[in-house]
Design a protein around this ligand. Structure first.
Ligand SMILES: [Fe+2]
Length: 587
């Protein structure tokens, strides 16, 4: 693909991914400690206990939830945004935590402007009008996999009076941190999973063929197309499959990164109109319009649609490329280049591949319909009538949508009208999907043991005696002594300090502060992590890179000991059993 004359890729958001990350926030936001937070969420997440889980996670990180606004509806309105901002002002929030789907995160973004600048939501509608105004830092925690709003600079809010979706775009909308935790998405019902997942696919496909497409968003978009095609049906079939949930959450986030740079097109333009006038969920409207929008655009970007087909597993190499590669291996290699250039039917082939991509997206909708009951036409989606007056009103709203500016082909009223009419009359049937994703199912979800040691005394009792046994072990003891290494473990929850001093001969063990020790390395970690580590269920190197374990001093020297410690992973469970502490082995 030729490079654009100019492009900018701007992503100030720090993205963190991990199953159960919400419960381990303490190291992720050190500079937020002591700050007053407004938690913005919805009633469903409150009832499911996810909001409470977030509160506890934030409390562990030293962040005080000074107020909660949990009244965000599925399609947030300007009234909701203004009530939310009032809640933020009342509790004097310094930081914002948005826990939810697109509606929650978009509410948080626009309410943030009102909290800082005041006024009505409509006063701030538009793009890049904030200038240098700083907004409150935001932590975005998506509980759906589709919107990507955790990494975008846009927000869409409904205005019931005008039946329009109002767009807002500000660089300051980028959250400071996006926290992707797939355990927060397992309660999402299959239908909602399907709809939000199709929103992510639409973001990827529309950004890939957009007039503003660029290499960075292209790379993200193709990855997303491949991932959604592979994992979305499985995430609907197996709601508890953390691998499928994680794949979709990451895909949604990457799609957000792509479209916030390259924008979307005709599909979103029409979907916004359908959402505004008929309250058809955003993901459903996108899912239905997507194949039609692709068909409309195919002629304008056949090479790009052929590449989309490849990402959907429908690639077909141009015969001249194969011939040229073979020729390069023979004495006739000089012919390779002219042969590779011989492409009399290239455009024809690209169009066929594009058609295959459209057929696959349509089939994906039918598979999702079989698994989740997703409607396959606008009649069943709540659009009660498609008379000329209604079609004209919808067409006008769609053409006025900003997304249309980025569509690769100029969108006409006639085209929108035809798409709407066809989708209203459509009579596609559900198709039972083939098994997807199964072979890659997650094998290791990491340690799930939490709150293992009730108190510092319990920790000293269990780990202290275990370390003593390691020092006295006939195989491990001499190795530890030979290392001449003094390691100090600083444990948290409960707090404890254990110093294993190999400078002494034989090595000594000190429980509690050891003022005379001169540790070569100090490792700070959760007590639960230490327990999981000795059970052989936690990876120290990974934990160091994720800052679950913080280290000071000669870490490489300590890490070199790891292979030697392997036998201890068998000794620890045996030791716990011997002491009758089998409850510590659960998890
Ligand atoms: Fe969208």
């Amino acid at each position: 693909m030729p490079l654009p004359d100019f492009f900018e890729f701007h992503l100030p958001t720090r993205v963190l991914y991990g199953a159960g990350l919400i419960d381990q926030l303490s190291d992720s936001l050190p500079h937020w400690q002591g700050k007053r937070a407004l938690l913005i969420t919805d009633q469903v997440l409150e009832d499911l206990g996810l909001a409470e889980r977030a509160r506890k996670g934030l409390a562990r990180a030293g962040i005080r939830v000074a107020g909660t606004f949990n009244d965000v509806p599925p399609d947030s309105t300007i009234t909701t945004v203004e009530s939310c901002a009032a809640a933020g002002r009342r509790c004097k929030a310094q930081v914002i935590v948005a826990l939810g789907g697109g509606s929650v995160m978009d509410t948080a973004k626009v309410a943030n402007i009102l909290m800082v600048k005041g006024g009505r939501a409509t006063d701030h509608m538009g793009a890049y009008i904030l200038g240098n105004t700083r907004l409150n830092p935001m932590l975005a925690i998506p509980t759906t996999a589709g919107t990507g709003s955790e990494v975008t600079k846009v927000a869409v809010i409904a205005d019931p009076d005008s039946q329009m979706k109002l767009p807002f775009a500000e660089t300051q909308f980028f959250p400071e941190v996006a926290l992707l935790d797939p355990t927060l998405t397992t309660t999402l019902p299959p239908l909602h999973t399907a709809l939000t997942g199709m929103d992510a696919l639409t973001h990827a496909i529309e950004s890939y063929v957009s007039r503003e497409a660029q290499p960075a968003s292209d790379a993200l978009a193709l990855y997303v197309i491949e991932t959604v095609n592979h994992w979305l049906v499985r995430a609907c079939q197996q709601p508890d499959d953390l691998q499928a949930r994680g794949q979709m959450l990451v895909a949604s986030c990457l799609a957000g990164m792509a479209f916030t740079q390259s924008m979307v097109g005709i599909v979103h333009g029409i979907a916004h109109a359908l959402g505004g006038r008929w309250h058809i969920p955003h993901g459903l409207a996108n899912a239905l319009v997507l194949p039609e929008g692709m068909a409309f655009n195919l002629d304008a970007a056949p090479a790009r649609f052929a590449r989309i087909a490849e990402a959907l597993g429908l690639g077909l190499e141009y015969p001249a490329d194969t011939a040229a590669r073979w020729l390069r291996l023979t004495p006739l290699r000089a012919l390779a280049q002219p042969v590779a250039r011989f492409r009399p039917a290239e455009r024809w082939l690209q169009l066929r591949l594009g058609e295959a991509a459209i057929a696959r997206v349509r089939q994906l909708n039918q598979e999702l319909a079989a698994v989740t009951g997703m409607p396959l036409n606008l009649r069943d989606s709540g659009m009660a009538r498609a008379d000329e007056t209604e079609l004209a009103a919808l067409t006008e709203a769609a053409l006025a949508d900003g997304s249309m500016l980025y569509n690769p082909r100029e969108v006409t009223a006639d085209a929108v009208r035809r798409i709407l009419k066809r989708l209203h009359q459509a009579s596609l049937q559900p198709i039972t999907p083939a098994l997807t994703g199964g072979l890659d199912a997650m094998k290791d979800t990491g340690p799930s043991l939490t709150g293992v040691f009730e108190s510092s005394e319990a920790l000293y009792d269990v780990l202290g005696e275990f370390y003593t046994r390691l020092i006295e072990d006939p195989d491990l003891g001499p190795t530890l002594a030979a290392s001449r290494l003094c390691v100090q473990f600083v444990y948290e929850d409960p707090d404890a300090i254990v110093t294993l001093d190999g400078h002494q001969s034989p090595p000594t063990l000190t429980m509690g502060p050891a003022p005379d020790a001169k540790p070569d390395v100090i490792m700070t970690m959760k007590a639960d992590f230490a327990h999981a580590f000795w059970l052989g269920k936690a990876n120290l190197i990974r934990a160091l890179s994720r800052r679950q374990v913080r280290s000071k001093g000669n870490v490489p020297k300590a890490v070199k000991l790891l292979p030697v410690l392997k036998p201890a992973f068998r000794l620890y469970p045996a030791y716990l059993k011997e002491r009758g502490l089998t409850q510590l082995l659960a998890g």
